[in-house]
Write a protein that binds this ligand. Structure first.
Ligand code: NAP
Ligand code: MG
Length: 489
């Protein structure tokens, strides 16, 4: 077996480089608190260099000048290389952010590779338009790459969140400067190396690790960045829109937080499936999923039976070392996040919610960051744990009496990302789905997901959509070209 080396240096213009200042930061594993590697602590000077390089690559057409079919071939090769490296990528992700290794493989690496392949395959099948103009004119409506795309992503699905943005941005012919989260920068750097190996020219895809305020902000403020695509918290997302406005009015797209309601009516067609989906949905990825169904809204008549079944499933999610092949619940990303989650649990208790199960840090002797799967019942709408995104394994259970109340409670949120509806009444399902102010509604399931459908939210869950052909709109400008036709006939 060969040892795996983790290289945390930036990747700018096809080269691995240290930050200009020489500064580094530690990449710490939440499995046991061990330092895995040091990453370049990039700041304004490094961002400036990466943007300059990316602008030059855009201007000299080394990538956008390739035909869509050529870009397709390179992206498909990039996806293949991700899969060729599945073991080392999955291991790096699990070590760096604590998710179960089986999901790092099946969800993160495979999902990212699938996304890159999908946009590669799509890009030579996208057509422009000919407008319906009078006979003496021809108007072409075409999409052109926007230029330099700055991308800032979080740590919960580092490769997947990055690929949802880099794949459509690169497919459309843009240059990219990616800032991964300081909590999980290593796989993004490896992805950029694989992209180079696949044939993406140097300078087209750059990765600059660093802190949000030191590396992310200069990217969002940069005058030569044409578009900023951000996934992260609503708090920082709002700043991204401000920074876009303060600088060059770069296009700003934000995929932000959620507090997704999962509404189960008493005529739910399959209670066992609903329980499984509710519990898996909130505890998957240690609860660190933006679309996690974190508010469970139960019709009062099924409250007790539902929770009895739910409690029976909880032991399956006992936290364990995520490197073990069967683990389904690993470590939270770091100590800071763990303490945030534990503070929310304290607030639930203090505000009068009933702790049904969990609530404690566990496996502290490992030096890692593990929290029990936690369920609160008797949660009221005004409680902090019903309103704020916890981003941890904490489920808030509320009850309702009828559909109107369920919809009102579900929509009582600053967020609008996902929602679930469980009923055998197709009328009610559609009426409720229409009334929900969210980007995605799940009816009688909660886990369907596919690269073919848009992903994003209403309200403060963000602006714009990732995935599907819709995402290409974010990374392209629409151009109209008029031509006069003088008829010689
Ligand atoms: P975060 O604190 O907002 O950070 C996201 C990214 O922004 C990180 O790379 C961060 O860098 C950077 N950043 C922080 N401050 C910045 C600033 N002033 N200027 C520019 N960049 C800055 O979010 P997170 O804790 O990493 O991720 C969790 C959040 O992401 C949750 O709210 C979750 O719901 C959301 N999320 C949404 C989706 C979606 O599709 N809607 C998907 C996944 C996650 P540092 O890491 O260095 O701080
Ligand atoms: Mg880490």
């Amino acid at each position: 077996m060969t040892a795996m080396t983790l290289d945390g240096r930036a990747l700018i213009n096809g080269q691995r480089v240290a930050a200009a200042s020489g500064a580094v930061f530690d990449c710490i594993s939440p499995i046991d608190g061990r330092t895995l590697a040091q990453a370049a602590r990039c700041a304004a000077q490094d961002i400036d260099l990466a943007v300059t390089v990316a602008s030059k690559a855009f201007e000299d057409c080394r990538w956008r000048g390739k035909s869509p079919a050529q870009r397709k071939r390179v992206l498909i090769k990039f996806a293949d290389l991700m899969l060729d490296n599945i073991e080392s990528l999955a291991l790096t992700e699990t070590l760096d952010m604590g998710k179960p290794i089986q999901y790092a493989r099946s969800v993160d690496v495979k999902g990212a590779a699938n996304c890159i392949r999908w946009y590669g395959e799509a890009i030579d099948k996208v057509y422009g338009e000919v407008a319906s103009t009078p006979d003496n004119a021809l108007a072409l409506v075409t999409q052109e790459p926007v230029g330099v795309v700055g991308i800032i992503v979080p740590w919960n699905y580092p490769m997947l969140m990055a690929s949802w943005k880099i794949a459509p941005a690169l497919a459309a012919g843009n240059s990219v400067v990616l800032k991964p989260s300081e909590k999980s920068p290593l796989t993004a750097l490896r992805m950029a190396e694989l992209a180079l190996q696949a044939g993406i020219p140097a300078g087209v895809f750059n990765v600059v690790p660093g802190m949000g305020s030191e590396a992310g902000a200069p990217l969002a403020l940069h005058m030569d960045v044409d578009c900023i695509a951000f996934t992260g918290s609503t708090r920082v997302g709002k700043q991204i829109h401000v920074m876009a406005g303060q600088s060059n009015l770069k296009r700003a797209w934000t995929e932000l937080g959620g507090k997704s309601p999962n509404i189960v009516f008493e005529d739910c067609p399959d209670l066992d499936r609903a329980v499984e989906a509710a519990i898996t949905g909130i505890f998957f990825n240690q609860g660190q999923s933006c679309n996690a169904p974190s508010r469970l809204l139960l019709q009062a008549s099924i409250h007790d039976v539902f929770l009895e079944k739910a409690l029976a499933l909880v032991p399956k999610f006992a936290p364990a070392n995520p490197l073990l092949p069967d683990t389904i619940m690993g470590a939270l990303v770091d100590d800071v996040q763990m303490k945030t989650v534990l503070r929310y649990i304290d607030s639930g208790k203090a505000e009068g919610a009933k702790l049904l199960t969990g609530g404690e840090q566990v496996l502290a002797e490992t030096g890692g960051c593990y929290v029990q799967p936690t369920i609160f019942t008797a949660v009221q709408e005004e409680m902090t744990i019903a309103r704020e995104e916890i981003f941890g394994p904490v489920l808030a259970v509320q009850t309702f009496s009828d559909a109107a109340q369920a919809v009102r409670m579900a929509n009582n949120s600053i967020y609008g990302l996902h929602a679930g509806v469980w009923t055998r009444d197709i009328n009610k399902a559609h009426a409720v789905a229409r009334a929900l102010r969210v980007g995605t509604v799940h009816i009688n399931q909660y886990d369907e997901d596919d690269i073919t459908v848009p992903f994003g939210g209403y309200k403060q869950s963000g602006v714009g959509r990732d995935k599907s052909l819709h995402a290409l709109d974010k990374y392209t400008e629409t151009k109209t070209t008029w031509l006069r036709i003088d008829s010689p006939l």
